[in-house]
Design a protein around this ligand. Sequence first.
Ligand code: UD1
Length: 430
Amino acid sequence: MEQYIIRGGNPLAGEVEISGAKNAALGILAAAIMTDETVLIENLPDVRDINVLLEAMESIGVKVERITRHAVMMNSAQIGDVSVDYEYIKRIRASYYLIGALLGKYKKAVVPLPGGCNIGSRPIDLHIKGFKALGAKVEIRNGFIFANAEHLHGSHIFLDTVSVGATINIMMAASMAEGYTIIENCAREPHVVDVANFLNSMGANIKGAGTDVIRIRGVQKFHKTEYSVIPDQIEAGTFMFAAAATRGDIMVKNVIPKHLEATSAKLLEIGCEVEEFDNAVRVVASKRLCSTNVKTLPYPGYPTDMQPQIGVTLALAKGTSIVTESIFENRFKYMDELARMGADVRVEGNTAIITGVERLTGARVSAPDLRAGAALVIAALAADGITVVDDIVYIQRGYECFDEKLRSLGAEIEMINSEKEAQKFRLRCG
Ligand code: UD1
């Protein structure tokens, strides 16, 4: 099993290029099956989740041609099967976007029901509610969702909870329904806007994405397009906190600074300098940072996917911070690992109370999920001594060349496969 081995203590400095947004790309790839014409998608991140979704799509008959590491041509004229295998859903929850896309185009879809996951229960009742409101019959049998409709028709849908997945899934199905759909209490995340822009570039008629009311006039057919995915705001934010925690100086390039406002605001609050450029953000931390309180919220609030990164940074800040997780119930598992590195943390329900310590020390820790795994790498980079991070397969789901990008900023980090490789690293970097 692959691990990261890290010797901490170097302030990270230099420039890093951010890849395309994984969560936008997942929605866009699924939506791309809605046309029979050929679609070119660029700026895809080369990460495990994207590659698994592409495999899932190939398994139902989508022709996928990789043009470069970051671009694919797709043709979905020959989809022979609207039934997706459990193997893929197990490996990547977001293959549920295929329900909205298949239902919109073929008026039927058979997709396994995704289970819970490491960050908590992940129901999809709102997605189903939306499909039903559009006229689909939705049944759950033998672990599968069977959705089908004679016709999909426009509807007025109110989402009880702000959900990125439900907003995107319903938007896809509604964009090929007959008539007019209004979705209220929508998620406003940049990737909702990106998927809507992509659908519009294929001929959809979607207005209001990025606000909490989306209006959709259904169309019958989509056409070919060429589209480039937006930069990944969570990858960008992760490097911004890597600069903060290691008291470094990083220019994070190929970003949309507007998407990073909640992250930048928190970094300023804890004592970093943050400088915005047209498509870059520079974060400098020249002194010990100070505590703050933070609560995760839907966009434009502070993102739940950035909660562990600020959590590990606050573990080294002066004073006591309170971090409240209001989106997923099980996102503090990394706190136990952080405590093993010497952090002073206490979790009570959906709140973590973090009293900053002067230094963390290297330990063997395990990545509990994607973002928490990346956060533990940040903690290790800021800690004294050597840390080994297990279960990095989670991190590889969403970060392209994470170790390589960190090394280019001066980090001592390596991916290893054996104790022998670990010993070599220790001898070299001890
Ligand atoms: C997406 C992101 C994930 C991020 C999350 C919140 C992708 C592929 N994943 O996940 O990285 O952490 O947004 O920003 O884009 N809920 C329901 N019923 C539903 C759907 C959701 O109750 O049918 C609840 C969830 O339990 C959660 C909240 O709504 O408490 C928000 O979840 P949601 O925005 O749907 O997250 P995902 O789309 O799964």
